[in-house]
Each structure stands twice: as structure tokens, then as C-alpha cells.
Design a protein around this ligand. Structure first.
Ligand SMILES: [Zn+2]
Length: 112
């Protein structure tokens, strides 16, 4: 009978180089490093999202939209725009921070 469980399996994290139990994610990071990259990219993505919100509300003010009876719709639209900006920025930042943060260890060279 085959054993489907992965208990006891370890891998070397590509970022911190630690031998970690379990499975790496698709980028070869352990859970701790992945959480750190996600945390940094989330905070970084807040900046472009806020810029989008600021520009949007400035635009609403400049065009007199605050007088509009559809103000709630415009605000909802602005929130949606900020959300999209946040998601896109976080995705981009994740890749940037990940590629900068990875230090490939050279002590073991694999021959393929
Ligand atoms: Zn790690």
C-alpha cells in the first residue's frame, strides 16, 4: 500500500535557507518567508491605492461631483478602483520583493 502522507519531509527554503518541514510554495519559500513577503507587499501596495483614492477624490471635487445625487455610486466606484490598484500593486510588489529577497545558496550544486 502506498503512503500518501508527506509527514517528515523537509526542504531548504530558497530565501532563508532553513531546512523546514512540510512543502514549499511554488516559489520555494517556507511559510515564514512567504508571510514576510506578503506582509511587505501588502503595506507597499497601500501607497498606490491611497494615491488612486486621493486622485479620485480630487477629481470628484474638481468636477463638482460632490453635488451629484449619485455621490454614493461615485464613492463606490472609487473604492473599487482603489481595490483593483491595491491588488495589482500587491501582486507586482510580491514578485519584486521576492526576487530581491531570494538568496540562492551555493554550497550544494546540483548536476542535472
Ligand atoms: Zn524561509
Amino acid at each position: 500500500m502506498s503512503d500518501a502522507s508527506d509527514a517528515g519531509e523537509t526542504f531548504d527554503c530558497l530565501m532563508c535557507g532553513a531546512g523546514v518541514e512540510g512543502k514549499p510554495d511554488h516559489l520555494g519559500l517556507c511559510g515564514k518567508c512567504r508571510a514576510e513577503v506578503v506582509r511587505r507587499s501588502t503595506w507597499g501596495a497601500a501607497v498606490p491605492a491611497l494615491v488612486v483614492v486621493a486622485l479620485y477624490f480630487w477629481m470628484l471635487a474638481a468636477t463638482g461631483m460632490y453635488e451629484s445625487r449619485f455621490l454614493m455610486v461615485w464613492i463606490a466606484l472609487g473604492a473599487a478602483l482603489a481595490y483593483v490598484a491595491f491588488k495589482v500593486a500587491r501582486r507586482v510588489l510580491f514578485e519584486v520583493i521576492h526576487s530581491r529577497g531570494v538568496r540562492v545558496r551555493r554550497n550544494k550544486m546540483k548536476k542535472g
